[in-house]
Design a protein around this ligand. Structure first.
Ligand code: ZN
Ligand code: ZN
Length: 284
């Protein structure tokens, strides 16, 4: 890493800790809650009884923790108006079944993602042979079978609006998964990017553990379509977001975010697409 990047990294890195179970507020109505190196997002102004929306549902068995953190921000027994999924990978829907046992709420996802939450289709096995060391190797232990939430599953509105999130629109950002979406609010440039890109280098276990800020391509071991992934990053870079919360890593903001995202879009092949053998077992 060059000097310039490390100084930007320090400047924009929000206060955080390596412990899972922490949250980082972003603006007045966004909160990135981290559980086991995966982020779920609470949208809504904090306050007991306030309306809110949950974006993504974390790691398996994290439902209780998500509910606890939401209770602290919006009051107990105050379910979200809806749950929106950026995509249905196991680390973004892990808490869903448990949450839906308590919360009677709809779950919105892109039409192409619905088969994975209605028990109709499983994701392909992760590519454990891809470069990326331990995390990729570990990924074969991850579940990839579909869950089934039945009639709670809803398709995101075709007009691009996001239910219960006024001023936001969803953007189809395929590549990491076919039905991956990102959420964007034009008025202040807030972006919820799921795993279309992430802000931590997912193929380095060290960086995942320390959550070192680094705008990076989607997690390599679970991304089957790099052409679309590249196009999606270009689409998001063109939005020139002011702040981004991604599925993994700490939020990134301002010029740092815009510059790094533009660079990722421009040099996507070198920066994001795995090059077998290049870093295998090499990176710490
Ligand atoms: Zn994913
Ligand atoms: Zn993920």
């Amino acid at each position: 890493m060059d000097m310039e990047r490390s100084s930007s990294t320090e400047r924009f890195q929000p206060v955080t800790s390596v412990n899972s179970g922490d949250g980082i507020p972003l603006g007045e109505d966004l909160y990135s809650y981290t559980n086991q190196v995966v982020n779920v997002i609470f949208y809504g102004k904090p306050g007991i009884g306030n309306e809110w929306v949950l974006i993504d549902a974390g790691m398996p068995k994290s439902g209780g923790k998500i509910m606890e953190a939401a209770g602290a921000r919006f009051g107990d027994n105050n379910p979200p108006k809806a749950i929106i999924l950026t995509h249905a990978h196991f680390d973004h829907i892990g808490g869903l079944i448990d949450l839906l046992e308590i919360w009677d709420v709809p779950v919105y996802a892109h039409q192409l993602e619905l088969p994975y939450i209605t028990g109709k289709r499983d994701y392909p096995d992760p590519d454990v042979t891809v470069e990326g060391g331990l995390v990729a190797k570990m990924s074969k232990m991850f579940p990839h079978e579909a869950i089934d939430i039945g009639s709670r599953a809803r398709e995101l509105p075709s007009d691009g609006t996001v239910p219960h999130m006024t001023g936001w629109r969803w953007i189809h950002t395929p590549g990491h998964t076919e039905g991956h979406v990102s959420l964007f609010r034009e008025s202040d440039g807030s972006l919820i990017a799921g795993d279309a890109f992430v802000t931590v280098k997912q193929d380095s276990l060290y960086k995942v553990m320390t959550q070192e800020l680094e705008v990076s391509g989607p997690p390599v071991y679970l991304t089957p379509d790099w052409e679309s992934a590249e196009q999606s990053v270009k689409t998001l870079a063109q939005l020139q977001p002011q702040a981004a919360i991604t599925g993994h890593g700490v939020p990134a903001t301002g010029e740092y975010l815009q510059n790094e995202l533009a660079a990722l879009a421009e040099h996507f092949r070198e920066k994001a697409v795995p090059d077998h053998g290049k870093f295998v077992d090499g990176e710490k």
